[in-house]
Design a protein around this ligand. Sequence first.
Ligand code: SF4
Ligand code: SF4
Length: 449
Amino acid sequence: MAGLIHRAWRNSFPHGIHPPGNKFTNRLPIKRLPFADELIIPLSQHIGAPAEPIVHRGQEVVRGEPIAKASGFVSVPMHSPVTGVIAGIELTPTAKGPKTKSIIVRPHPGAGQKVLYGAPQDYSRLDRNELITAVQDTGIVGLGGAAFPLHVKLATPPGTIIDTVIANGCECEPFLTADHRLMIEHADEIISGIQLVMKLSGAKQAIIGLENNKGDAFHAIKMRLPDKSPISARLLETKYPQGSEKMLITTLTGREVPSGGFPYQVGVIVHNVATLAQLGTLMPLRRGLIERVVTVTGPGVKKPGNYLTPLGTPIRQLLDYVGFSGTANHLILGGPMMGSSVASLDVPVTKAVGGIIVLAEERKIDEHPKNADPCIKCGRCLQACPLKLNPSQLGLLAAKRQYQAMEEEFHLNDCFECGCCSYVCPSSIPLVQYFRIAKAINREQLITA
Ligand code: SF4
Ligand code: SF4
């Protein structure tokens, strides 16, 4: 970590934007969703190799039982969210469109919520490698949307020194409130998860970062922290994208992750509070991930809320439950800034889905505006970009299809597609869509080169 600038922490990062929060569900307690008629468990709902089925059609399974095993280190197992029977292993649609292999579980009539698989374990006796294997066995991935296997993120390279664990409770995307409610209702589990990550990483301190529109969650956490705890909580400015990993590290520690680098290179490891809550819940009981909290909100839904949803629940049935009768074009999966459209209502809730926004009217969020005007060189996108990139210049190069130059001269790959530049552009230039396309083309050329 030589050469790092250690400044006092601040309550924000340079640039960024202030979109309306629209956190309509932040006072609604987490509510459990009933089981759907069938649960669809895709074998690939994380970054890495798909899991391999270990069950067969017609087999009886209990709630929490492993039904697919990890197929390598960068892979995680899947567990049955319900007691029932394996109805099939077949191709099913995904949110992005192409089909993927999934295990279908049909619940037994009257199947209960009690988890019937797992056994208490004293993980304080496990060494580092055993702990990482135990984390992999839970099937937990980054629940903030990245879906990167948690155990891989915890297995930092040998010789790495981590001094600070950051728990990301910012939830800076408008509309979403699942993490907010978790911090109020499950602070103890989050703290247990943080303690486990501190043990694994050797970090001497942890900081929970929240935006200052979550004062009630801040107090709930402070109440649960003992005096002189190495874990602290800090309220940060409500600003998008406060919750992005690099921004949060800069805000809380003053350190800057190098271009193309990783947080561990500056002595930090960052995990979302939803991920930590699951870690703190599942590890002591040696259980697997079978459900998650999903915010369902927006003008097109009658019963908005934060729903504890069995993984594999078809979005159609979740939306039936909350009073919706539209099409997939009404939906945004995730937040409005970085979320994606949904190809079909028959796709299931997977580990990466933390929110569904239901619009009043049909709209495709990735539709190119037909009335984009030329760039007027106003510079607003430069003022908004949290990474101090030059979106205007990147946009001009994208329009000329000079994708290589975008990377070589203007660091396209550093762009994490936060959408701030598109949001502020008075000419409605779909900058972030241009950047996604450019990155995809560059990636393809690298593969075929
Ligand atoms: S989408 Fe990329 S270029 Fe635009 S503001 Fe975000 S990081 Fe910067
Ligand atoms: S905000 Fe839009 S119009 Fe203004 S400089 Fe950036 S790309 Fe050009």
